[in-house]
Structure formats: structure tokens, C-alpha cells
Design a protein around this ligand. Structure first.
Ligand SMILES: Nc1ncnc2c1ncn2[C@@H]1O[C@H](COP(=O)(O)OP(=O)(O)OP(=O)(O)O)[C@@H](O)[C@H]1O
Ligand SMILES: [Mg+2]
Length: 350
């Protein structure tokens, strides 16, 4: 069976047309060698999970580390009950690790001490038992809030000085926002005693969108597999409309090749791409829908509404501007002005 354009979760190389999963990541191996804790943040549907899964696999296969990606998401149902959140996360992590790592690299039984210590204690027993230094990526970190977020960050900070023999050598937190915003997510400035709840991190990194030649390269994979050609103008139009937003790039092509032009002898033109755009917008897919949903938040509304109306932005806090950029709703244009991230979002947001 031929491969397809994926719009549902992380990409798999054997099934999906895809670009190198880790090419857009900065060089994280250096951070890992230097025993760093770091943050990788990028908007929804840019390829964070795809990239970090691939990196973890690569690191483990190098034989030097035991590296795995786990998710904090199940903990978010218990943002006010730290002990329950910890157990939910640790149990899920165990299942994840069971399928992602070979048997000889599995952790020992987790260590269920009192609430607020279970993550630290469990990572400690694993680091002590592990034959290789541990590298842990925690996905969806900013699904956590309030007490549970504070507790997880504090436990990581608490164990940090004991790495690498008694705690993971390197930890990456993966999410939408930089840690600066974790303070907000944890219920405001009074809740935390330090400026940053994760002040041990050395760096915040982000994942960029595809550039025009990467979009062309992805579409070319379909041509190579099926013989169906995209004109240069079709590829350029897809880039213009999406500005390389990875999910949108896949969604446009998928619409065209799976619904509009199934006859592989027909060349795909920019008109096909433009039609696909109209269909995507009309359909209000979840990705687009969840962006529109964001507009309900007052601090986002205060920025987007005047922009759509073509008005000057009033006095908005810099933090809020950074927030709409982190979410991928807006970007800075080369002249330094704030604009909507791409023409498709521009049509969806109103
Ligand atoms: N390497 C890649 N090559 C091609 N397309 C990709 C690649 N990585 C991601 N994508 C596109 O982005 C979509 C989302 O990928 P992924 O789930 O890895 O992103 P994410 O940033 O973790 O998303 P979320 O914020 O929702 O968790 C994929 O369904 C696919 O359309
Ligand atoms: Mg993800």
C-alpha cells in the first residue's frame, strides 16, 4: 500500500509521507551531553511529538542512553490532587515505557512514597537501577496546571542536583508554551517562591514551520510514490497559504489527492490547492476549530480582534503578544509588526 499524507497525530515513516523528524530540531544532543534540562515549545500540530519520539529512539539506539518520551496529559484531570495525578502519570508512563524500550532497559517498580514525591522518588530508583544514563522527555507538560504543575516542576528541580547517577541525566519538557508561562498556568505569581518554577533549565528551544523547499520535498514524495505531479505553482501556493504550518501543509495535499483528484495521471495545479483550502475552512476541522476556540480567552481576543478589524493594537502586555506567537496564531513580520500567522488562519479566525 502506498503512503499517505498524515493529519492525525505523530507521523510514522513507514506509513506517511514525511520529512526528517528531527531536522527542524536544534542540536539537542549537545544539551544532553552536557546534562541539561531544557524546554521545547512550539504551537499545536508542528511536529513536536514526532520529533521527540524520533530523537528518543535515536538516543536509545546509540547505546549511550536510555531515552524515552512520556506524556503528562493524564495528570491534567487531577490538577488539584497531586497524589492522584502522580499515580495516573506514573502508571501511564510504565505502559508507555513497556512498548517503547527494550526489556533490559525497563524501570524497576515505581516508588510510591507520599504524595508530592512520587515522581522524584520513582525517577530516582530508575536512574539508580539503570545501566545507562536516563534521558526523559515529558510531552504535553502544559496540560498540567496549578498544584500538580507546581509539584511536578519542584520534584524535577529537587532531583536535578543528583543527576546522573541518582536522577535523569537530562529532562526535556515539551509543550506549547515556554516555562515563563508555567507561572501563569500554576495560578499566578503568588503561588511560586522563585521567579521561575523550572529555573534549572538551560534553554528554551522551538520548532519552526516548514520552509518552501521542504513543502515541495514533502509533496514530491507523493509524486515519487504514485507518479502524480504537483505543478511548481501548486507547491508555491500551498506554501503561501500555510506559511509552512506542518498540519495545514499535509491537510491541503490530502484533500486534493484523496478526494479531489484520485486519477493519478492528472496534474495538480494551484487551483486544486485553492479549492482544497476552501473545503478545509468550510469543514472547520479540529485543528482550525481549536484555534478559533482560543479567541474566547480575553487576553487573546484583545489582540486578535483589533488586528482582524485592521485597527492599531492598544496597550497590550508583551507577555500576551508572546503568548499569541507561542500559540502559533500570530507571527512577527520582517518589519516587526504582528500579523496573523498565515492566510488560512486569517480566514478562519473571523
Ligand atoms: N516530520 C514531519 N513531516 C511531515 N509532516 C509532519 C512532520 N511532523 C509533523 N507533521 C505534521 O504535523 C502533524 C502533527 O504532528 P505531531 O503530532 O508530531 O505534532 P505536535 O506538535 O506534537 O502536535 P500537538 O501539539 O497537537 O501535540 C502531523 O499529523 C503531520 O500532519
Ligand atoms: Mg504532540
Amino acid at each position: 500500500m502506498s503512503r499517505w499524507f498524515n493529519i492525525a497525530g505523530p507521523c510514522k515513516a513507514d506509513k506517511h509521507y514525511m520529512l526528517s523528524a528531527t531536522a527542524r530540531l536544534p542540536d539537542l544532543e549537545q544539551f544532553i551531553e552536557q546534562e541539561s534540562y531544557f524546554v521545547v515549545h512550539a504551537p499545536r500540530q508542528t511536529g513536536k511529538t514526532t520529533a521527540m519520539l524520533a530523537l528518543a529512539k535515536q538516543l536509545t539506539e546509540s547505546g549511550r542512553y536510555t531515552a524515552v518520551m512520556v506524556s503528562a496529559e493524564v495528570g491534567s484531570a487531577f490538577n488539584h490532587d497531586v497524589g492522584v495525578a502522580e499515580v495516573a502519570m506514573l502508571e501511564t508512563w510504565r505502559n508507555t515505557i513497556a512498548v517503547r524500550l527494550p526489556k533490559d532497559l525497563q524501570p524497576p517498580a515505581w516508588f510510591y512514597s507520599g504524595p508530592g514525591q512520587r515522581i522524584r522518588a520513582s525517577l530516582q530508583v530508575w536512574a539508580q537501577a539503570s545501566s545507562r544514563p536516563l534521558v526523559i522527555f515529558i510531552d504535553e507538560i502544559d496540560s498540567l496546571q496549578d498544584e500538580t504543575l507546581i509539584s511536578v516542576l519542584r520534584q524535577l528541580r529537587d532531583g536535578y542536583p543528583n543527576r546522573p547517577h541518582n536522577f535523569p541525566l537530562s529532562v526535556g519538557l515539551i509543550g506549547l508554551r515556554d516555562v515563563r508561562d508555567y507561572k501563569v498556568a500554576s495560578g499566578g505569581s503568588d503561588r511560586l517562591n522563585t521567579a521561575s518554577p523550572f529555573n534549572i533549565k538551560v534553554s528554551s528551544l522551538t520548532l519552526r514551520n516548514f520552509n518552501a523547499s521542504e513543502v515541495a520535498e514533502l509533496y514530491q514524495q507523493h509524486t515519487e510514490d504514485t507518479g502524480q505531479v504537483f505543478t511548481q505553482q501548486a507547491k508555491a501556493t500551498a506554501f503561501d497559504l500555510t506559511q509552512g504550518q506542518p498540519w495545514l501543509v499535509n491537510a491541503l495535499a490530502k484533500e486534493v489527492v484523496e478526494k479531489m483528484v484520485k486519477d493519478r495521471s492528472i496534474t495538480i495545479t494551484h487551483e486544486h490547492i485553492l479549492n482544497a483550502k476552501e473545503i478545509l475552512i468550510a469543514r472547520q476541522n479540529t485543528h482550525l476549530d481549536s484555534l478559533a476556540e482560543r479567541l474566547r480567552e480575553p487576553r487573546i481576543k484583545a489582540i486578535i480582534e483589533p488586528m482582524l478589524a485592521g485597527l492599531e493594537l492598544g496597550d497590550v502586555p508583551n507577555d500576551d503578544i508572546q503568548f499569541v506567537i507561542d500559540l502559533g496564531l500570530c507571527k512577527m513580520d520582517p518589519q516587526g509588526g504582528l500579523t496573523i500567522a498565515n492566510p488560512i488562519y486569517r480566514e478562519v479566525l473571523p
